[in-house]
Design a binder for this molecule. Structure first.
Ligand code: NAP
Length: 318
């Protein structure tokens, strides 16, 4: 195994911070966080280097990558604004011109955003897809897009260890309320971010060629199954449940649950509800039910946490 120099763009954000924590604990890896900010946060581990990234300047980005002998770039930039994809595109172009960078993971970390609007009417998917196309056109870069379904973290919040925002999709375990897209019977792939990070560590350490797509699965469960687990763990009483139809969700109409309100300070209400409605369409139409060869099968040493265990661990007795 060689020594790797890995730059994590957005490495102090929600998912990025989890990846940074996992990768920097491995002696074969030197971790560098790329950020727009000049100063690192106080919690940054002492063996992680903080690099201020001039995302609007490809030449400067190239210098930054090559001065630090970066061989692998992992992007965890948020999809929340169009400028982000310009930043990721510039990072791809700098990486493609670099002497050292050979591998690039773009910011996806969920589902295949290339699904058509009937299946996923998501506002940022075109920008995400064109950034991915740009990456795949770079002959000097090997890349893999990581699909891990929905993060499981949300059903452990606020009790689990996670750096993600407390989104609580469709089932508010604290308030015992749910607004389920469609019947709630469709399967969804769920993975805890800490497990995503354990698999990403293996990807980075591996000298094998990367597949174009990497599928990771913590568990598969329908929202009705998650709801039943949550009701049972919370004492057995039924939650207050409504169902949103596919037509309503496609029209952007979604029932609110109390957990969404907690996010309105950090994400505009309209954006959050648009995303939740679009993801709801994705759940009903099967986009979140990941199918294909799993990276899990290659790394059977990793036992990702299952939904029942996760909810029990964080909600039993609360
Ligand atoms: N599967 C799921 O359930 C799920 C849920 C949430 C997110 N995700 C995916 O996970 C990935 C990371 O999301 P996240 O929620 O962890 O992200 P996040 O914490 O919101 O943001 C990550 C970082 O992006 C950087 N950033 C923000 N605006 C930027 C801009 N205009 N230009 C350049 N950098 C910018 C910031 O870093 P600096 O301020 O340090 O520059 C920020 O810390 C995304 O691909 C997202 O789609 C998946």
């Amino acid at each position: 195994m060689g020594l790797h120099h890995v730059a994590i763009a957005g490495g102090s954000g929600g998912l990025g911070r989890t990846l940074t924590c996992e990768l920097c604990n491995n002696e074969e890896i030197h971790v560098y966080v790329l950020s727009r900010k000049s100063k690192p946060p106080s919690y940054l581990a002492s063996n992680v280097r903080w690099l201020e990234a001039p995302y609007d300047n490809i030449g400067e980005l190239l210098k930054l990558l090559d001065c630090n002998s970066i061989d692998t770039v992992i992007s965890t930039l948020t999809p929340s604004s169009p400028e982000v994809f310009v930043a990721q595109d510039n990072l791809i172009l700098a990486a493609a011109r670099s002497k050292f960078v050979k591998r690039f993971i773009p910011s996806e970390w969920g589902i295949d955003s290339s699904s058509d609007d009937e299946h996923l009417p998501l506002s940022f998917k075109t920008a995400k897809q064109s950034s991915l196309d740009l990456l795949r056109q770079q002959p000097s870069l090997s890349s893999t897009v990581v699909y891990n379904g929905y993060f499981m973290d949300y059903f452990g919040m606020p009790h689990c260890e996670s750096f993600m925002l407390p989104e609580m999709p469709y089932i508010d375990i604290a308030a015992r309320k749910a607004a389920i897209p469609g019947s709630g019977n469709e399967l969804v792939t769920w993975t805890y971010t800490k497990d995503v990070a354990r698999y990403v560590l293996e990807l980075v350490r591996s000298e094998d060629p990367w597949p174009a797509e990497t599928l990771i699965e913590g568990d598969k469960a329908s929202l009705n199954e998650v709801l039943a687990i949550a009701e049972q763990v919370r004492g057995g009483a039924k939650f207050d449940v409504v169902h949103d139809s596919l037509a309503d969700l496609r029209a952007g109409k979604i029932s609110e649950i109390p957990a969404y309100e907690a996010l309105y300070d950090v994400l505009p209400k309209e954006t959050l509800l648009d995303w939740m409605a679009a993801f709801g369409v994705g759940i009903i139409t099967g986009v979140f039910d990941l199918k294909g060869d799993l990276l899990n099968d290659k790394y059977s040493n990793i036992q990702p946490v299952k939904m029942r265990e996760f909810i029990k661990m964080h909600w039993e007795g609360k």
